[in-house]
Design a binder for this molecule. Sequence first.
Ligand code: HEM
Length: 225
Amino acid sequence: MNKFAVLFTSSIGRKLVMSLTGLFLCSFLIIHCAINACLFINDGGLTFNAAAHFMSSNILIRTIEIALFAGFIIHIMQSVVLTMQNKKARGSNSYMVSNTAASKQSTNMGILGTVLFFFIVVHLINFFIGLRFSAAYAYGYDANGHHDVYSNIAAVFSQPAYAIFYIVCMIALGLHLHHGFSSSFQTLGVNHPYYTKLIINVGYLFSVIIPATFAAMPVYFLIKG
Ligand code: HEM
């Protein structure tokens, strides 16, 4: 079997791929969060719509978007296979203690990952499909001729059910990132007293700041009405 195939079929290879795709998705979250923070600028969404337009019309970013979707799919597929393999291994080793901290952690990550999967599906239906694939975007254009994505977001988040769903999902995201961030570096072999502590602290900050900023968006529109 060649080295590339080993990456996708061995247990350690799968973990490595999950770590790399997970960190790649983290970098997407930083950019997505920074662009979306323009929603807080009090100009009726003109800056945000311009930023969203730039992101969707830039050829380099459109190409990275394909890698992003591939990253999501690979990350999810590897986690499902790893979870199934771990369950099978525990089943055939009845003497193994299955409720160790590591096993509980991976069950939690699986549950949080499933919540996030449903979040992404709802999220793409809310904001991506209509914008990118409908012949006539339901929210029209702003004064600068850009798609009025701001009004799309305001319309969704002014509905309490959606706002609460997004806020709850951001808590799940925070918990998922809290474990996932530092564990990715551990899988990649970064194991040094100084760096490990730094990674844990950066991971902690990351898992609080990014989800809290995202969660502030539905709160903002809910209050604005
Ligand atoms: C709660 C605040 C959020 C808002 C207001 C928001 C808004 C948007 C909008 C308007 C789009 C369409 C952009 C376009 O196609 O031009 C989009 C796409 C997307 N969002 Fe979000 N988003 C939020 C949070 C998240 C989170 C937390 C994740 C991941 C866990 C996420 C993942 C995605 C993905 C994968 C896409 C499709 C790729 C892309 O267009 O970049 N979003 N989001």
